[in-house]
Each structure stands twice: as structure tokens, then as C-alpha cells.
Design a protein around this ligand. Structure first.
Ligand SMILES: Cc1cc2nc3c(=O)[nH]c(=O)nc-3n(C[C@H](O)[C@H](O)[C@H](O)COP(=O)(O)OP(=O)(O)OC[C@H]3O[C@@H](n4cnc5c(N)ncnc54)[C@H](O)[C@@H]3O)c2cc1C
Length: 329
């Protein structure tokens, strides 16, 4: 395995920015197809990006994507592999009101998926890239500490506006028509409340409520889901509420959202915590599953804004980027 030094500029054969599900599945695919060890860099403390689980007040809470479904045959094949390896499980396929397509979740929380994938190759967390430069036939990524990472094969998976920002700061300009399309992709913010309850919630099985209140988009019971041994509920505010109160105090956000659902919970909230996502779901998507911004040196943009959104779209995009990368490695 490669060791990092303060000013490393050794060539990395394939570099992937972002240890969200799209970056991890791309790295997994490349590592399974024998093209050397891809390297993944991410600014977060743990792998997963918007697949996130945390421990709070004795409870376990998913607070990014709480579940996912699978429609495309390629993603169904991935889901089947995860099921067979015991990484994910079926959460539910119907609610009190209606039949739904199967909803899957990580066995110990959604973090189980990135943890599994990231065990197959080198993932370097807490590396925040600030600039991406094109130097002749190479990309050079500079992080906040002034360390450089060089590659001629780069996949970028941050939310599109963040990827464009890094390229802009390094002076790289996309073709105007493409740039305008990519710049038009915006994301909804999402405010999330983690609520540790005094007793099990009164949510009906399987522990989910869609739009239970005008301020709440979705709420889910992590105890009924089987990832928390103690009562723990996650509330997701609507995009409208989240945009309006994104910078409000935690107390103000919690008061409004918890008051809204108190009758539905039926029990006391012992402790709460607020999480903020500036980028939760893309408001529109780019037509292709990934975007090749440069052939040589290779630069591919991928993630849940390409093709279709959500976990499924992110996985399909990561796979598409990996396959495009294989064409010339
Ligand atoms: C609140 C919420 C609810 C959701 N609900 C659902 C749902 O019910 N079902 C569903 O299927 N999907 C849902 N989603 C969407 C799903 O989580 C995403 O579509 C998917 O996880 C996106 O994966 P990604 O790899 O494209 O992006 P991300 O997971 O965002 O990964 C990008 C990574 O890039 C890293 N990064 C960014 N900039 C830099 C930088 N400068 N330097 C280093 N690293 C950087 C980030 O740290 C991040 O880890 C939800 C998301 C949220 C937030």
C-alpha cells in the first residue's frame, strides 16, 4: 500500500474524489477488474457521504438516505450481492396503506454499505481538496494542507457544483454548453432531527410515515428498523422548511419539528440533535449516467445527479464512470 507524505506528487493510477456510494462503487468495480488499486480521497471523517449512520444518546440513527429501492437490472444485481453477503436486509415492502417496491437498508445502519465497499481498497478520509489543476497530461489535486495528488485518470463524485468549483479554482474550463447544463443542477437542502425517545414510538409497523405533517417529508423509527436497540426516530424536514430555516438555531429547528410530530410519537423526547445537509437530493439530473469532461488526461464526473437520482442512480453512475475509465486504462 502507498504511504502519503506531506507533498506527495507520485502518480496515482486511478484517483476517485468522494467516498460516497458512487465513488466507492466505482472503486470497487475497478478493483474487481484488476486495474491496480484505485485510491479514494474524501474530506469527511468516515466513508459513505450521504449514506450516514450515527450514535447519539445511546441510540443508532440513519440520517442520510434511510433506505433504497432497486429497479434497474444492474442495480438489482448489486443489491443481490449485498444481500448474499449480509450487508443489507429488506426493511419493508408494504406499509399500512399500500404495497411498495422492496425497501432495503444496511444491516447495522446504512453505513454498513460504505464500510463493506471501503474494505476492498485504500480510502483516505479527512482530505479536503481545494483546487484541481490540469498540468499537461495530468491532474493535480491540492488539499487544504498543500499536499498534491497527481493522476491522469480522475473521477469526481462530489455534488456537481462542488466539483465545478474545484475545477474553476484550478483554472479548468469546460465547454460552455456543457458547463451551463452542469451549472443548472441544484440540490435541495435537508434538515434532520435525531430524536431519542423515552419509550418505543407509536409509529405503526414498519415504522415509517410519509408526509405526516406539512413540515415533515418523512420520519422513520430506527428501533423498528432493527438498527437501534433503544427508541430512536429520525425526522426529515421538507425542502421548503429546510431552505427557509437552514441557518436557524438548532433549538428553533427542533422546537418546530418536534412539536409537529409529538402526537404521532406518543412518547417523550429525551434528547435530540440536528443534522444539516446542504446537498440532499438533486432538483434535476444530467441526461447521461456520467460526464466525460476530458479524454486525456481522463476526467469523469459522476454521482446521483447523473442519469437518475438517489442511491440507485448514484450506484449506476459510479459503475458507468468505472466502465468508461476502463476503456483507456
Ligand atoms: C436526508 C437525505 C435523505 C435521502 N433519502 C433517500 C432515500 O430515501 N432513498 C434513496 O435512494 N436516496 C436518498 N437520499 C439520496 C442518497 O443518499 C444519495 O443520492 C447518494 O447517497 C449520493 O451518493 P453520491 O456518491 O453521489 O454523493 P455523496 O454521498 O454526497 O458523496 C460525495 C462525497 O464527496 C465528498 N467531497 C465533496 N467535496 C469534497 C472535497 N472538496 N474534497 C474531498 N471530498 C469531497 C463528500 O464528503 C462526500 O462524501 C437521501 C439523501 C439525504 C441527504
Amino acid at each position: 500500500m502507498m504511504e502519503w507524505t506531506q507533498t506527495m506528487t507520485n502518480e496515482i493510477p486511478i484517483l476517485i474524489l468522494g467516498s460516497g456510494i458512487s465513488g466507492l462503487i466505482a472503486a470497487y468495480y475497478l478493483s474487481q477488474h484488476g486495474v491496480g488499486e484505485p485510491v479514494v480521497l474524501d474530506k469527511g471523517t468516515v466513508a459513505g457521504g450521504r449514506l450516514a449512520t450515527c450514535h447519539f444518546a445511546g441510540g443508532v440513527f440513519d440520517y442520510g438516505a434511510p433506505f433504497f429501492s432497486a429497479r434497474h437490472p444492474d442495480f438489482k444485481a448489486v443489491v443481490q450481492e449485498w444481500l448474499e453477503r449480509g450487508i443489507i436486509k429488506l426493511w419493508y415492502s408494504h406499509t399500512e396503506r399500500e404495497m411498495e417496491s422492496p425497501r432495503y437498508c444496511g444491516v447495522s445502519g446504512m453505513e454498513a454499505i460504505p464500510n463493506y465497499l471501503a474494505s476492498h481498497f485504500r480510502v483516505k478520509q479527512q482530505i479536503s481538496i481545494s483546487h484541481i489543476y490540469q498540468i499537461d497530461q495530468h491532474w493535480e489535486l491540492e488539499d487544504e494542507q498543500g499536499t498534491y495528488y497527481a493522476t491522469s485518470n480522475l473521477i469526481l463524485t462530489p455534488p456537481v457544483s462542488q466539483s465545478l468549483h474545484l475545477l474553476n479554482r484550478g483554472g479548468f474550463r469546460l465547454l460552455l454548453s456543457r458547463r451551463a447544463l452542469l451549472e443548472s443542477i441544484h440540490y435541495h437542502p435537508c434538515l434532520v432531527v435525531l430524536a431519542r425517545l423515552s419509550e418505543p414510538s407509536h409509529l405503526p409497523a414498519p415504522g415509517v410515515l410519509l408526509r405526516p405533517h406539512p413540515l415533515i417529508a418523512w420520519m422513520g423509527d430506527n428501533q423498528q428498523k432493527g438498527i437501534s436497540t433503544v427508541p430512536a426516530v429520525t425526522l426529515y424536514a421538507t425542502p421548503e422548511f429546510s431552505a427557509r430555516f437552514y441557518d436557524a438555531s438548532d433549538r428553533h429547528i427542533a422546537d418546530q419539528l418536534l412539536n409537529a410530530v409529538r402526537p404521532l410519537l406518543g412518547v417523550d423526547v429525551e434528547a435530540w440533535h440536528i443534522k444539516r445537509w446542504r446537498y440532499s437530493l438533486p432538483q434535476q439530473t444530467f441526461q447521461g449516467r456520467c460526464f466525460v469532461a476530458s479524454e486525456s488526461p481522463k476526467l469523469i464526473l459522476a454521482g446521483d445527479a447523473f442519469g437518475s437520482s438517489r442511491v440507485e442512480g448514484a450506484v449506476l453512475s459510479g459503475l458507468a464512470a468505472a466502465k468508461r475509465m476502463l476503456e483507456n486504462v
